[in-house]
Design a protein around this ligand. Structure first.
Ligand SMILES: Nc1ncnc2c1ncn2[C@@H]1O[C@H](COP(=O)(O)OP(=O)(O)OP(=O)(O)O)[C@@H](O)[C@H]1O
Ligand SMILES: [Mg+2]
Length: 359
């Protein structure tokens, strides 16, 4: 499912607001403090029960009010989603009048946010890229979620045994780690390989339109799976027994995985400029969104706050043709109206909203 329309009441700076999203790209533009991030945040809250800005949901209630309400509609299925948060009670989410849990909500209305941390995807610790990979697969596949919990439960127990110096007890968890871990690894590898194919297709088209996009082509992007590829996980766990005992923790396995981005043998984070890194992260996230929708029959909304920060006009020109290849809803914000400039000429697939005028 995916929202086509969203109504807000007492959310952040808005008393009430009603928005009809485009089936492809929607741009929210306007000056600082007009409410662009708040609109994107409301979509994220409505599809995850969380904010990408804060863990304190109470701060989303308009100052002086007691509660915020979000209603979202899916034109295709006729579903209605209602989210309510009062100052004193936890968030309440209903789909077609029935209460749902956060994990049910996330699967029914998935959304992914490209925020300032995602912009510099490659600068973050491996854990960030792992989480990003896992969140997509978690939403897409209930089986993946089961294996993920199974793996981390066994890992915790194995590590407790290692802390006690009991290698015999630690090894007892190896079969479970291998069983869950190999399945996690398989889905992660498929994701990275297939997202890379989609990414390469997009870059090929972009390079055709603008030579500057060439910098994003010919990259090596692959999963480092966290254990010796040649031996496999079973052997890798045996081979690291001594080191695990010394460090009192499991040093090999999918919990150590990372996604590596390289250009001509150098890591992207060491060579790409900030603008290049930001655009690469956006293009990768878009490709991942396309993969999740094609392979798992999802309709994830992709949210991108503040498109043009760090990007010069040429870099923006390089990016804008990508909007033609978007397969699901893409909601993004910018200080200025990009459609007003010469850059955009194909307006059919886009809807733009001047946020100051929505109030
Ligand atoms: N709970 C709240 N009640 C009322 N106003 C709020 C609340 N939370 C935030 N605001 C205000 O809402 C306004 C919109 O904030 P938002 O972050 O959405 O702006 P923005 O358009 O993204 O700005 P920028 O271009 O600077 O990123 C700000 O003036 C902010 O101070
Ligand atoms: Mg903002």
């Amino acid at each position: 499912m995916a929202f086509s329309k969203i109504d807000l009441r007492n959310f952040r700076c808005f008393d009430s607001l009603s928005i009809d999203l485009s089936s492809k790209s929607s741009l929210f533009y306007g000056k600082n403090g007009c409410g662009k991030t708040s609109i994107l945040e409301s979509i994220y809250v409505a599809s995850s029960g969380r904010s990408f800005r804060t863990s304190n949901l109470e701060s989303l209630i308009k100052k002086g009010e007691e509660a915020f309400n979000i209603r979202a509609f899916d034109d295709n299925t006729g579903s209605i989603l209602e989210v309510k948060k009062t100052k004193t009670k936890p968030i309440n989410i209903k789909i077609n009048n029935s209460k749902v849990t956060i994990s049910e909500l996330v699967r029914a209305f998935p959304s992914f946010s490209i925020d300032s941390k995602t912009f510099f995807y490659n600068d973050n610790a491996p854990e960030y890229r792992r989480k990003n990979l896992d969140r997509g697969l978690f939403i897409a596949s209930a089986e993946y979620a089961k294996d993920w919990f199974g793996y981390f439960r066994s890992l915790k127990q194995r590590n407790s045994a290692l802390k006690l110096g009991d290698i015999g007890q630690a090894k007892a968890y190896d079969p479970l780690l291998v069983d869950h871990g190999e399945r996690l690894n398989f889905l992660r590898e498929s994701l990275v390989t297939e997202v890379k194919e989609i990414y390469d297709e997009i870059i090929k088209k972009l390079t055709h339109e603008n030579k500057r996009a060439n910098i994003f082509s010919g990259l090596d992007i692959y999963l480092k799976n966290g254990f010796d590829n040649k031996t496999g996980l079973t052997e890798a766990l045996i081979n690291t027994n001594n080191i695990d005992l010394k460090r009192k923790t499991t040093t090999a396995g999918p919990h150590k995985a990372d996604v590596i981005f390289e250009s001509k043998g150098s890591l992207i984070k060491d060579t790409f400029s900030r603008g290049e890194q930001k655009l690469l992260s956006i293009l990768w996230s878009l490709s991942q969104n396309i993969y999740l929708s094609r392979s798992f029959n999802l309709k994830p909304i992709l949210l991108l706050d503040d498109l043009s920060s760090e990007l010069d006009v040429e870099m923006l020109e390089c990016f804008l043709p990508t909007l033609k290849y978007i397969e699901n809803r893409f909601v993004f914000s910018n200080i200025v109206d990009l459609f007003g400039s010469k850059i955009m000429n194909d307006k059919q697939l886009f809807k733009k909203f001047h946020v100051e005028q929505l109030k």
